[in-house]
Design a protein. Structure first.
Length: 123
């Protein structure tokens, strides 16, 4: 899984921040293995100032899933670490929900339901 960090000029995009992002993403989403090819993060200051105020750092995460549409979540907090942690938690729930839908036999047209034998109404 590739993890990329993009920031605006007023947000910390240091190597340490990129390492923090990668560690949190891989620890949290590692169970999905090869089903996630890439996670891209966008950190920004809501007001574009060098000094952030409470709930001013925004984090948008986009997960690229194999054979599925991308999953995008957003969070905001007083600092970049909190915004990343909040967004990764949301991404975990969103990815799990998306991948669980794929394997839900109750879904019409689900791959598992297509393999069920037809019901014989004469019985």
């Amino acid at each position: 899984m590739q993890v990329l960090l993009n920031t605006d000029p007023h947000t910390d995009g240091s190597h340490l921040m990129a390492e923090h992002l990668e560690a949190v993403v891989k620890d949290t989403l590692g169970r999905f293995g090869e089903r996630i090819t890439r996670v891209e993060a966008h950190l920004s200051d809501a007001h574009g100032t060098a000094k952030a105020q409470p709930d001013e750092i925004h984090c948008v995460l986009e997960a690229r899933l194999v054979g599925r549409d991308p999953v995008v979540v957003k969070d905001h907090a007083g600092n970049a670490h909190q915004a990343i942690n909040g967004a990764v938690g949301k991404l975990l729930r969103a990815v799990a929900h998306t991948l669980d839908k794929q394997h839900d036999p109750r879904r019409v047209g689900a791959p598992d339901s297509a393999q069920q034998p037809p019901i014989d109404p004469s019985r």
